[in-house]
Design a binder for this molecule. Structure first.
Ligand code: ADP
Ligand code: ASP
Ligand code: MG
Length: 410
């Protein structure tokens, strides 16, 4: 008898038939005697609709009420799935994040899990129930409902698997696993049998939305091995796990596209020590997640000035603009310009540590395809470039072809 944590994403619970399908899959494990904890997301599109509804009421919804609203999406699904299990004569009980003992900090919409007290889950499991937990939500110690960031049901599942010391953690979605690129963008992308935490984390934070990046960070920290697989068939999925020696033999594990990025440029910033620090400290304090930074060579001699550009998540652009506007008198730059017509394309692989030449191949490939590179950033295991938004998909396809084109076997 094993303890299994299974998570079903929005596409896997989209509509009544899919919920019934999930119930019968969960039921299979329960009937063979396993203890099953099932985490579910809101039905596909529901969270986005709730966000839109709030925006129709006010452009700046109150943080607490926004989380109260968004948490309802998952609450619908847990109750429906419990009913679907009951109609298969299987005992099941649904729990909100708070009822499941998930305690978070108070940062609404991006809350971190502080601890989980799984007493209620254990009690329900011991009575033979399938325990269905609402993903993406928790509660502060003073009783406010919080949410864990978009895609946060992945984090709920991985954190529960860790705390419950689950024998198996399965993340069910609408693709067979993690691919070398988004199969919707690159039709000949292929499924990976395994991938390291670090690679999955990089890919996820660079736009590969199949897993929430914070959930992978958590999995790495607490060494929770998990499988990403399809809820629509029985094909084996992708194991996300600790790096093994053989993984370094593969230079590039995947190509990622992030079309949800924006670039900001602050022009003619007086070139004095401390100014860049002031800008980026203020952005960090406002929780704007800055990725690439480029500072031009200083121009002018009497009062040298420089342009500073950076990229951030597109939804953070208005906040970033406000932060920089507030610094205008203190710093005295000329203007601030925002550009949302960019895309970030990245290649990721732990093998880059030991195989030189990847950057050259990226630049050469994009050059041949006539795709202009706006910004570049690299780390030990990734190379990212910013291109025109309209060329993001093409850049992803040519880079995939360059690194995986003749590798039919994997
Ligand atoms: P869920 O609703 O199950 O949470 P998501 O929409 O969050 O599902 O994630 C699944 C989607 O992620 C897939 O439909 C696929 O288009 C997309 N995706 C992007 N990049 C990849 C990749 N490298 N491998 C697999 N899927 C990817
Ligand atoms: N429903 C939430 C979202 O759409 C959480 C999740 O699906 O994991 O972001
Ligand atoms: Mg998801």
């Amino acid at each position: 008898m094993a303890l299994i944590v299974q998570k079903f994403g929005g596409s896997s619970v989209e509509g009544v038939d899919r919920i019934k399908n999930v119930a019968s899959r969960v039921g299979t494990y329960r009937l063979r005697g396993d203890k099953v904890v099932t985490v579910v997301s809101a039905m596909r599109g529901v969270t986005d609709n709730l966000v839109k509804l709030a925006a129709e009421i006010t452009p700046m919804p109150n943080d607490r009420e926004m989380d109260m609203l968004l948490a309802t999406g998952e609450q619908t699904t847990i109750a429906l799935l419990a009913m679907a299990l009951h109609s298969l004569d299987l005992p099941a009980v649904s729990l909100t994040g708070a009822q499941a003992g998930i305690v978070t900090d108070g940062v609404h919409s991006k809350a971190k899990i502080n601890n989980i007290t799984p007493g209620q889950i254990h009690a329900m499991l011991d009575k033979g129930n399938v325990v269905i937990v609402a993903g993406f939500q928790g509660q502060t110690s003073d009783g406010r409902i919080t949410t864990l960031g978009r895609g946060g049901s992945d984090l709920t599942a991985i954190a529960l698997a860790s705390v419950l010391k689950a024998d198996l953690c399965q993340i069910y979605t609408d693709v067979d696993g993690v691919y070398t690129a988004d199969p919707r963008v690159v039709p000949n992308a292929r499924k990976l049998n395994e991938i390291s935490y670090d690679e999955m984390m990089e890919l996820a934070s660079l736009g590969t939305k199949v897993m929430q990046s914070r959930s992978v960070e958590f999995a790495k920290k607490f060494n929770v091995k998990f499988e990403v697989r399809s809820s629509l068939n029985n094909n084996p999925g992708t194991m996300v796990m600790e790096e093994t020696e053989s993984m370094e033999a593969v230079v590039v594990r995947g190509v990622s596209l992030d079309s949800n990025q924006a670039k900001m440029t602050v022009t003619a910033v007086p070139d004095k020590p401390g100014h860049a620090a002031r800008v980026f400290t203020a952005l960090a304090e406002a929780a704007v997640n800055v990725d690439m930074i480029v500072q031009n060579v200083s121009h002018g001699t009497a009062t040298p000035a420089t342009d500073i550009s950076f990229t951030a998540d597109a939804p953070d652009l208005p906040r970033a603009r406000q932060v920089i506007a507030d610094l205008k008198d203190e710093i005295g730059y000329a203007s601030v310009e925002g550009d949302e017509t960019i895309a970030k394309v990245s290649v990721v692989g732990v093998g880059m540590r030991t195989h030189p030449g990847v950057a050259a191949k990226v630049f050469e490939t994009l050059g041949i395809a006539n795709i202009n590179i706006g910004m570049i950033s690299t780390s030990e295991i990734k190379i990212s470039v910013v291109v025109e938004a309209s060329q993001g998909e093409e850049a992803t396809r040519v880079l995939h072809e360059a690194f995986f084109g003749d590798d039919k076997e994997g």
